[in-house]
Design a protein around this ligand. Sequence first.
Ligand SMILES: Cc1cc2nc3c(=O)[nH]c(=O)nc-3n(C[C@H](O)[C@H](O)[C@H](O)COP(=O)(O)OP(=O)(O)OC[C@H]3O[C@@H](n4cnc5c(N)ncnc54)[C@H](O)[C@@H]3O)c2cc1C
Length: 319
Amino acid sequence: MGAGLSFRPRIRPRERLSRFSSIRIGGPVGAVVSVSSAAEMEEVFSLKCRGEMPGPLVFVGRGSNILFPDQGFEGTLVRLEPAALSSPLRWTENGEVYVEAGYPLPALAREASRRGVGGFEFLSGIPGTVGGASVMNAGAGGRDFASLCKSVTVMSPSGLVTTVPAEQMGFGYRTSRLSLSGSHFRRPASSGDPLDGSVVLGALLAGRPGSPEECQALLLRHLEYRKKTQPLEEPSLGSVFRNPSGGPPGYTAGRLIEEAGLKGTCRGGIMVSPRHANFFVNTGTGCERDFRELLEYVSLRVRERWGIVLEPEVRVWNA
Ligand SMILES: Cc1cc2nc3c(=O)[nH]c(=O)nc-3n(C[C@H](O)[C@H](O)[C@H](O)COP(=O)(O)OP(=O)(O)OC[C@H]3O[C@@H](n4cnc5c(N)ncnc54)[C@H](O)[C@@H]3O)c2cc1C
């Protein structure tokens, strides 16, 4: 993030969370603030501390992995966005790049490919930000964010900026230390991690040498595969469930759901996508309650059919 910029962040009161969610679900929120520099983030923490901004603070990138609550919440949604006045990407000569938290993953993949820096292509179809990917360890096609990450820079609620080496980020399958912190989402009990409440400001990433032609060809293959297999034109949160470790070899969560005969199953306005069984899509009027009911129903039917307990990959708000 552009550390030198110190504009007062723009605060919008009484917004709806659905506007900030890729599945277009979520009720009223106390305020939304857009942040695109470390200085703005520091100001947000200090406004919150002085009681001039409704708390709690919830950080969000593109909201492409969060199921927001229908009843909304009284706090502030802090939306990380790419800086308009400084470069959100800083390349070094050896192919490393520092990327600000609000920068979109597909744009990062395109930029790396254009430069002939390999390894970023799998990010091209993941509609989130670098901040969200640092928290979720986003991945696809056998690659994940951890495989690119050298370090993640975070700011604590007291304004302290720390660079955390990748080895200390606790990256696992779609998890990190940061996904286990933050009390708004269903998750394992808090570990009292010193990173609790911190926001990601950016990440230092490293690819491998390649050629622009090879990188772009691979990037296009990733995108074409997604277009063929995923309902990209409909509002969703991507994969709902994590792939289970038990179960028949090669069976993903999607295959377990599909072979349990659940494609096309609906609860209210939320449907198991007929294109990809691990995607739930909003057919227009879907809400959090519909999503939760479908999630419970699909979990139950998969458990009955396969004896496997599916765990959500999406960030489900604490009821
Ligand atoms: C069509 C579609 C396809 C998808 N495909 C994939 C895929 O192939 N692989 C995959 O892994 N995921 C996939 N996803 C899910 C999602 O895009 C990823 O999890 C992505 O990394 C989330 O990024 P985001 O910026 O939208 O994060 P959000 O959904 O906004 O947030 C996710 C979590 O990160 C936290 N967070 C976000 N930014 C910050 C920050 N700066 N500081 C601190 N905390 C923060 C949020 O509080 C939340 O806990 C897909 C989603 C969709 C809709």
